[in-house]
Structures are given as C-alpha cells and as structure tokens.
Design a protein around this ligand. Structure first.
Ligand SMILES: Nc1ncnc2c1ncn2[C@@H]1O[C@H](COP(=O)(O)OP(=O)(O)OP(=O)(O)O)[C@@H](O)[C@H]1O
Length: 468
C-alpha cells in the first residue's frame, strides 16, 4: 500500500472507526482481499457473495457504505443500490465493474452513487475514496448536529400566538407565501420578523431551496456589496480569492434582507437594479449572472420617514413593499404571553408539568412588563429564569432582578409602615437570600459599593458581620 493510503488509514481510524462497509462481489479472491484489508483501513466490513445476500444484510445490519460489484448473480449492483435506498436512504454507495457501460453509469448517478470505479482497482484508490465517503458522512453528521443546536437555540420556528393580530399575520403569510412577491415585514425589534420571513419561505414553493438571512445593519459599509453580490479575485485590496455572494447562495430560494433601512444609498441603487433585472454582477466582474431569488425584507425603522428625509430611495421602497406585513409588538398581544413563555422555557427545560411551568405570581409579573425588546427580551428573561430555577414552576425569585424589585416595591406599598432603615435591611435580606449570600452580586444588584453593603450588614448584625 502506498504512503497516501497509509495516511488515510490513520485518518479513518481516528475519525470514523465504526464506518461499516458492505462489500458485495462474487469474486472470491477480491472477497478475501477486502476481508483482510478494509479492517486495516479502520473500517468494519461484512462480505456478501451476491446481491440478494447483500439486501438481507442491509435489513439486519447498520450499514454505512456499500461497495458493490455491478454484475453479480441474482441482483445487479445497481439493483442493490436502488433497493438499499428504500431500506437505508442515507447509505453511501460505490460501484465497481470490469465492464463499464454508459447505461449503468447513468443509473448509478440517478441513484446518488458516490463513485463508479473500473476494475482492476488499486487498494490505495479504494482507501482514498472511502476516506472521502467518511469525510462526507462526518460533514453530514456535523450539519445535523448544528441544525439541532440551532433549533434548540431558536426553537422549531413555530410562530406562537393566537391573538387576533397574530392570526391576521398567519393569514397573510398563507396568502403571500405561494407567490413570488417581494414582501416587506415591519415591526419593532425582536417581535419575530425573521420568524415570519422563515414561515413565508417554508410555505412557499421554494421551501426545499436555501433560506439565506443577512442583517444589513451588522455589516460594515465596505463589505455589504461583496457580501451580497460576491467579488472576483483581485477586485479590491484583500480580495485574494473569488467569493460567491449571498444572492447566488440563495439561488432558487429566498434572500431575507433584515434591517434593510440600514443599507447605504449606493448599495440601495445596486439592489434596485438587481430587483428590476434579476441580474447581479460580482464586484470587479464585467459579466452579469442571472439569479432566481425571492426577496423578503424587514425593518424596525420608519421607511416612509426615511424616504422623506432622502436616506431611503423611494423607488426601492416601491419595489420592496409589493406586499406589506406588520408584526405586532408583544405589549399589544399580552394574551399570548403565557403560551410564548411556555414555548420558550421548553427550549431549555424538559421537566415540570406542561400547564404549570410558571407560578401565577411570575406570570402576573411578566404581564405587567411593557416588553420594549418584545419576544427576544422575553426569551432572554426566560433563559435567565430557566438557569436559576432548580425545579419548575418558575417563580418571581427566578426572574431577573428588575422584576423582583418591582415585587418588593408592591409588597412595601401594601405593608404596614416601616422605617427607611427597615426597608433597606429588607432589600438586603431579599437579595442575600436570592443570590446565595454572594455579597459582590448583592452589592451590584442593589447598586451600592461592597463597602456600603458590609457597613449595612454590620449595622444589622455586628457580631455576624465581624465573624464573616
Ligand atoms: N411568535 C413567536 N413565536 C415563537 N417565538 C418567537 C415569536 N416571535 C419571536 N420569537 C422568538 O424571539 C426571538 C426574536 O425573534 P426574531 O429574530 O424573529 O425577531 P426580529 O423581529 O427579526 O428581531 P430584530 O428586529 O432584532 O431583527 C427569536 O428567538 C424567535 O424565535
């Protein structure tokens, strides 16, 4: 075996010792070679003398990769792959044949075969190909893991809320999704504009194609153009390699331009041209490329006012607001707060009883808040609570300190008269209890220096404080 094959052997062993290969071939000598050599490459191997045995094995064993001969007794390699797709859709497949022909090669492509090899095949070549299969599987697994993490962080993408204003939003999404119209989503920060954009994409005919979101406000002005349209090598200082822009990445799908109001005027002009012609030009390129992308935009800014102030182009405004959709702020649909809070806590916690995830006091506190940061602010509050709360339901004491302070104020207003000193001691006691006696955190929460806190604790219990 050559050096390259050797290095692949090591990689396979460390990266994916468990890749299970089914080798099917009626040639005895090849069976023996594979039985001996594939384990040396770090793979598990099952040998089958014909296609039917291969199929039976596929039903009972967790096979990751098929390495099959084209012409075998019983079933051909192509037939094995075709049937394998029904049993294990994610199985990778490699065909080997001493008699290659165009028809079987085309069929192999149709069934998503990874490689069509002509015999005799060197072992080093097989080692390299299996290494690539292993890499591909690793990439797929990583992608699945990332998707899970993203879903855990962002939720399943369900649009929660049964308030009439949300029902209206849902209805509009249903109407506009199947069309290719450009949509402008308006709403305050954190109210769910991106979630609405995703819903439009998912209910559209483009659902299987990419949904690409770009925050126009988060990119430096110098980078926006190359980010959106791409650039050729050497287009500007630092452009060492060519880069594909997000318009091309989103090809066939939806491009979500978040915070469109932040786009500089020069880029607004270019965007307008792209929307009118469907053609983009990479920076530094003379050729244009036609792209088929649906545009959905969002903003929390007053674009009409910006048009009046000439910071947003009127013609672009007319182009993007073919269809407008307003997502209501959370304070206008507080009836949805409980279902949202329940949904959000389930991103982090599985324990507790479904309809008792918050105490009535905690819900009352949450409902009293004005939520300037909307659902995103609520999501942050709930995340905070889910970390602090030992066992559900979440109580007022698990909410961030400003909720507690409001509770303290209400308690004090309703209590019998107290001296200022008593009120101060009460506030300290509450914070000490809540923050497990962490004096630094207590001082921070109460907005006093650590020294002042120690003085007050000394005033209350000189002997204890000295001992501490
Ligand atoms: N109706 C909803 N149901 C469930 N989760 C929601 C809802 N609305 C918003 N969220 C959640 O709140 C967070 C903020 O939502 P999103 O990013 O869609 O808001 P946005 O309006 O696009 O924010 P920004 O203005 O900052 O871009 C996300 O975690 C999202 O999953």
């Amino acid at each position: 075996m050559n050096q390259r094959a050797k290095s692949k052997t090591t990689a396979a062993k460390s990266d994916e010792a468990e890749m299970h290969i089914l080798f099917a071939d009626d040639e005895k000598s090849l069976q023996e070679v594979m039985r001996k050599e594939l384990p040396k490459l770090g793979y598990r191997v099952t040998i089958c003398p014909d296609g039917l045995t291969a199929l039976e094995t596929l039903k009972t064993e967790r096979i990751d990769c098929l390495l099959v001969d084209l012409h075998m007794p019983g079933l051909t390699g192509i037939e094995v792959i075709e049937k394998a797709r029904e049993i294990r859709p994610d199985v990778e497949a490699i065909i080997m044949t001493a008699n290659p022909d165009m028809e079987s090669a085309i069929q192999a492509i149709e069934y998503g075969t990874f490689m069509y090899l002509t015999k005799p095949t060197r072992l080093s070549e097989i080692a390299t190909i299996l290494g690539r299969v292993s890499e591909r599987r690793k990439g797929k697994r990583m992608m699945t893991a990332l998707m899970h993490r993203l879903q855990r962080a962002e939720g399943q993408g369900d649009l929660i809320g049964s308030h009439s204003s949300m029902e209206a939003v849902r209805k509009l999404i249903g109407r506009v999704s199947p069309t290719d119209s450009t949509v402008l989503i308006r709403g305050e920060t954190g109210c769910g504009k991106e979630l609405v954009a995703r819903a439009i994409h998912e209910q559209s005919l483009r659902a299987e194609k990419p949904f690409v979101a770009v925050n126009c406000g988060a990119l430096p002005e110098t980078l926006i153009e190359s980010e959106l349209f791409g650039h050729v090598k050497g287009a500007f200082t630092g452009a060492d390699t060519a880069r594909v822009g997000l318009f091309e990445v989103a090809s066939g799908g939806t491009l979500f331009l978040d915070e469109i109001g932040e786009l500089p005027l020069a880029v607004q002009a270019k965007l307008l041209r792209v929307l009118e012609t469907g053609d983009i030009r990479r920076l530094g390129d003379n050729e244009s490329i036609h792209v088929d992308v649906r545009i959905v935009c969002a903003t929390h800014r007053d674009l009409d006012k910006m048009v009046g102030e000439q910071t947003f182009r009127e013609d672009l405004m007319f182009r993007i607001n073919t269809f407008e959709l307003r997502v209501p702020p959370l304070r206008e649909r507080l009836d949805d707060l409980v279902s949202l809070a329940n949904h959000l806590i389930r991103r982090n916690r599985r324990d507790g009883v479904d309809d008792q995830l918050f105490t009535p006091e905690a819900i009352a506190e949450l409902k009293r808040h004005q939520w300037p940061g909307n659902v995103r602010e609520l999501a942050n509050v709930i995340e905070h609570a889910s970390v602090l709360c030992d066992a559900l339901p979440v109580g007022v004491e698990d909410l961030p300190s400003h909720f507690n302070q409001r509770k303290l104020r209400d308690d004090l207003i309703g209590s019998s008269p107290m001296s200022l000193r008593e009120i101060e001691q009460l506030a300290i006691e509450r914070s000490m209890k809540r923050l497990d006696g962490n004096k630094k955190a207590v001082a921070e929460e109460l907005g006093v220096s650590l020294k002042t806190l120690y003085n007050r604790l000394n005033d209350a219990a000189p002997a204890d404080a000295e001992a501490a």
